[in-house]
Each structure stands twice: as C-alpha cells, then as structure tokens.
Design a protein around this ligand. Structure first.
Ligand code: FMN
Length: 146
C-alpha cells in the first residue's frame, strides 16, 4: 500500500491519498506510475504537480493508510512529512520505501488519470510491507514459508 503525495503548485499545501495502483513501469528510463480518480480532492493538484513522492507503507502503518483514504485536506494537517532528498516532495516517515519522482506524462483513462513519474531518488528501509486484500490490511507471507 502506498501514499502518493505532492505539494500544490500554488499554495504549497500537501495533497495526498492512499493508492494501491502504484507500480513500476520502466527500468530505462526509470519510470513508475499510479492512477488517480477524477473525483478525488487531490486530483487537480496532483495532475498539475511537477513532482510527487511515494511512500510504500510498513505493516505497522495501517492508521496512515486509513487516514489517507479519507477525502479532503484535514488529513495532511494531522501528518508530519519528511522532505525529499532530491525533490520538493512530501514523504511519510518510517515507510518501507521512498520514491521521489518528476511528473513525466499523464494519460486520461476512464475515470482515472494515469500519472507517470521519472524516478529521481529511491530508498528502501528494513521492514514488512502493508498489503490490502478483501477490504483488510495484512502483510506478505511467502508460500514456501514453514
Ligand atoms: C486500499 C485503497 C486503495 C486505493 N487506491 C486508490 C488509487 O489507486 N487511486 C485513487 O484515485 N484512489 C484510491 N483509493 C481511494 C482514495 O484513497 C480516496 O478516494 C481518498 O479519499 C482520496 O483522497 P482525496 O479526496 O483527499 O484526494 C484507495 C483507497 C483504498 C482504501
């Protein structure tokens, strides 16, 4: 599970949302993508942002995933963000990975926009990922685990 967040180009306020659509797209150049629904409060700021940050959450961060699945600006006021190393992007402290991207391409598809980002910085940290299935949060268990 990931939190995609950006600074609004005009106000510099943080916008962000919980997203399961974040995936890697290309190795060379290094591209990633996520899809954002047209009717989210973050939509206009996100599709016009020059850069965005992605925080892949740890299994202990279900509260953050739930908070960022709520709509509107209140959630960002309740959150402390970490600055990006390479770009002006907001990141969630304590995440499993941080990815800093320049907004590269936007495709409108159905009721979502697909936002493609060029990765400028990516860091991973120790921990277990937060996953989501059948409306429940969980974590990864390898099939060959004893
Ligand atoms: C598990 C989960 C995954 C989600 N993935 C996405 C996603 O990939 N794209 C999207 O637009 N919304 C997704 N959402 C919904 C947004 O998080 C939700 O609409 C949020 O309220 C949007 O915030 P905003 O209106 O403040 O922008 C997801 C929600 C959950 C619970």
């Amino acid at each position: 599970m990931s939190i995609v967040a950006a600074y609004d180009r005009t106000s510099d306020h943080v916008v962000g949302l919980t997203a399961s659509s974040f995936v890697t797209l290309s190795f060379d150049p290094p591209l990633v993508m996520f899809a954002i629904q047209h009717n989210t409060a973050s939509y206009a700021s996100m599709v016009s942002s020059r850069a965005f940050g992605v925080s892949l959450l740890q299994q202990s961060q279900t509260d953050i995933a739930a908070l960022f699945a709520t709509s509107g600006p209140e959630k960002t006021g309740k959150t402390t963000f970490e600055p990006g190393r390479a770009l002006h992007v907001p990141l969630i402290p304590g995440a499993l990975a941080h990815v800093e991207c320049l907004t590269n391409q936007i495709f409108i598809s159905g009721d979502h926009a697909i936002v493609v980002g060029l990765v400028e910085e990516a860091r991973t940290f120790d921990g277990q990922p937060l996953l989501y299935f059948a409306q429940r949060y969980g974590t990864f268990r390898p099939l060959d685990a004893e």
